[in-house]
Ligand binder design. Sequence first.
Ligand SMILES: [Zn+2]
Length: 222
Amino acid sequence: MIKNNLLRASALLTIAFLTFTVLASPLAYSLATEISLLGSAWDHDNITVYIQLQKGIDSSYEGEVKSAFNDWSNALKTKATNPNAFNFNFLNKPESKKRPADIYVEVRKNTGTILGSATISSSNGKIKEVKIVLAAYNALGLPLGREDFRTIARHEIGHGLGLGHSNDDGKEPLDLMAPTYDFVGVNKDIYPSDLNLNALIFIYGTDGFGGINLSQIPSKYP
Ligand SMILES: [Zn+2]
């Protein structure tokens, strides 16, 4: 179950995606064939990232989050014409207290039943800032598998780059941007799919996050 909250705050449009541990009802197996788009995108490359770990969180989680970003970066680079494209710049300290970075990631011990969330603020079709919150522990206080943690991180980063959810049916093989996951049963790394990557190349072109490739981003791809 995913809840999309559309909040209009002055000129900023904020979209929040929350990820729960819900098993999708069994349907006939099929691969995801389309994915919704947020209608907004970044206008520069590199995208800055600042990762904040809640006190008491093992420092190794920072590396897990970075690897999730690098998985997107490396996968997009295979489709890029510019070798310097699709980069993330990890900051050692926040740009400012109010706006730590383009994408601000907070890893918390426990976020209740919500294992990950992404809040995207955009204006005039441009993403202005993204806040991602990731849980290191589930609602029972048990640590999430690192594979699940990384997969949730990749999923939320996908939102932060302009992707909505794919039309995945919740059965194997799962699309990274599927709307529902049974994270208890996934226990493995899920990486950006060709559908996810092609949707981003459709938005940005092959030259990086530096500019939107379209006069207007449609609501879904293809
Ligand atoms: Zn989602």
